[in-house]
Design a protein around this ligand. Structure first.
Ligand code: ATP
Ligand code: MG
Length: 463
């Protein structure tokens, strides 16, 4: 495994190098391609052009020979000399055949003219001949072959022209190579600076320095997005860190208060300072109850946080279930002189876990009771809409500060308002509530205004 990883790391290349390679490759490819296409098109163009002009030029040669033949009434040595000079000046080879198709005379290639004159055979392999009938006074008297070099681009000027074009391409290639190298380093700088900064930020996050991230400035959409995601990740991790630290201190605090009350009471009993009467024992008892509740909530929380919620679902009458819970709360509300209103639509059926749903509504109602002052109102409603079943618990209590609303579902989160009231909550109720509602495929949200009240809305999709 170790060997594998090291091999992979060794074979990695920096982006700047890779970009450089790609740029150079693309420059080479484009110039190479353009050179090839240009050469091919020039050749094709010349070949068409030459084919077209050749027929025209050949015709001129035939006319010239016919004219010479006509002027001297045959092929006198003098006329053959004129034809040879003509052939030489036109850079063609002229061959004459008699009516039986035997070669009776050849002008030879301009290069071999001297050999020809000495009676040697001309070398025809590099020539391409075309034959035309030779007429005199309307009768065919033989054939004339006009030979020209095979190579399409034959003249020195043609070759020079191609060479010039190709060297222009070579210069262009050099230029594009230089531009590719310069541009690749510019481009890599543009992309790499933000990437390096994002990488540094990831390292800072790794070291837990969430607050010291570098500012990444880029106008590249994806990089901007990535840097924002990394920043958000840092903020979340930082928040989790704060939460974890606060959770430890909260648990310590929650445990310390009841335990020190218990300790002081029991010490007083043992020292004989206090008699263990009902009043004192009930204080001890309520502290033990608080501890038990806290431990129960912590264990519920650990189950919820380890994603182990297994629902024991059955068809339940939600209207009945909610009515019963509200009724069980009535004495508590009466004792606080809070008016409790019920608007529960009858016979709403829902497939859910009865115990868990009980727990959800108890948490919400106990909050409404805890955080509402005397003479306040609490309104509980249940209604079935088109797609959802909605439960609303609305109170006229202390409310939740705007900035706290999004945090109240986090474990141990309690707004300062509720802390200062000394209601003795642990800040776990809503965390459990949300997890259970979501386990039922529902959603819970809170609307609240400080001093005016809070509205908790739970919606279950109709199943
Ligand atoms: P417990 O775990 O015992 O329920 P708790 O009530 O403090 O403790 P949650 O029920 O999770 O915890 O509520 C979290 C916080 O949300 C509360 O501390 C309080 O600040 C705020 N809150 C919840 N419900 C209300 C409400 N109806 N009115 C005002 N504040 C509320
Ligand atoms: Mg609560």
């Amino acid at each position: 495994m170790g060997l594998d990883t090291s091999l992979k790391v060794n074979s990695m290349t920096r982006i700047s190098r890779q970009l450089g390679k790609y740029f150079i490759f693309v420059a080479m490819l484009s110039i190479g391609f353009i050179t090839l296409v240009t050469n091919i098109s020039i050749n094709l163009f010349f070949s068409d052009y030459i084919k077209e002009t050749r027929s025209r030029d050949d015709l001129k040669v035939v006319q010239y020979v016919e004219q010479v033949y006509g002027d001297s009434n045959g092929l006198a040595p003098q006329s053959l000399m004129s034809i040879m000079h003509y052939a030489y000046s036109e850079a063609v080879t002229i061959r004459l055949r008699d009516i039986q198709n035997n070669i009776i005379w050849s002008s030879g290639t301009p290069e071999t003219m001297h050999d020809m004159m000495r009676g040697k055979e001309d070398n025809d392999s590099s020539l391409s001949f075309r034959s035309y009938p030779l007429n005199y006074k309307g009768n065919k008297i033989g054939t004339i072959d006009v030979g020209r070099p095979r190579s399409i681009i034959s003249s020195v000027e043609d070759k020079q022209f191609l060479r010039t074009i190709n060297s222009a391409f070579a210069v262009a290639f050099l230029f594009s190579l230089i531009i590719a190298i310069l541009y690749s380093s510019r481009i890599s700088k543009k992309f790499l600076t933000p990437i390096y900064l994002i990488k540094e930020n990831a390292k800072l996050i790794e070291d837990g320095k969430y607050k010291k991230l570098y500012e990444v400035i880029t106008n590249t959409y994806e990089l901007h997005d990535l840097s924002l995601s990394v920043k958000e990740l840092a903020e979340r991790l930082n928040y989790q860190d704060v939460l974890r630290k606060r959770m430890t201190s909260d648990i310590a605090h929650e445990l310390r208060t009841p335990l020190s009350t218990l300790q002081s009471h029991i010490e007083a009993f043992m020292d004989g300072v206090w008699a263990p009467d009902i009043e004192k024992l009930s204080i001890v008892y309520s502290e033990i109850t608080r501890l038990t509740k806290l431990i129960k909530e912590l264990s519920d929380l650990s189950i919820i946080e380890s994603d182990e919620i297994k629902l024991n679902k059955s068809e339940i009458n939600l209207s009945e279930l909610l009515s019963n819970i509200v009724e069980s709360f009535e004495p508590l509300f009466i004792s606080k002189n809070i008016h409790l209103y019920k608007e529960i639509q009858g016979d709403i059926q829902f497939l859910g876990d009865e115990d868990r749903l009980n727990r959800v509504f108890i948490n919400i109602l106990s909050n409404a009771c805890k955080y509402t002052n005397e003479d306040g109102d609490v309104r509980v409603s249940l209604e079935q809409l088109k797609d959802v079943i909605r439960v609303t618990v609305e109170d006229t209590g202390i409310g939740i500060p705007k900035e706290d609303i999004k945090h109240v579902f986090e474990r141990f989160y309690r707004s300062d308002l509720s802390r200062s009231r000394g209601t003795g909550g642990t800040g776990i109720g809503l965390t459990i509530t949300r997890a259970l509602v979501e386990a039922h495929g529902g959603r819970v949200r809170i609307e609240s205004e400080v001093g005016k009240g809070t509205k908790v809305i739970i919606e279950f999709a109709i199943n």
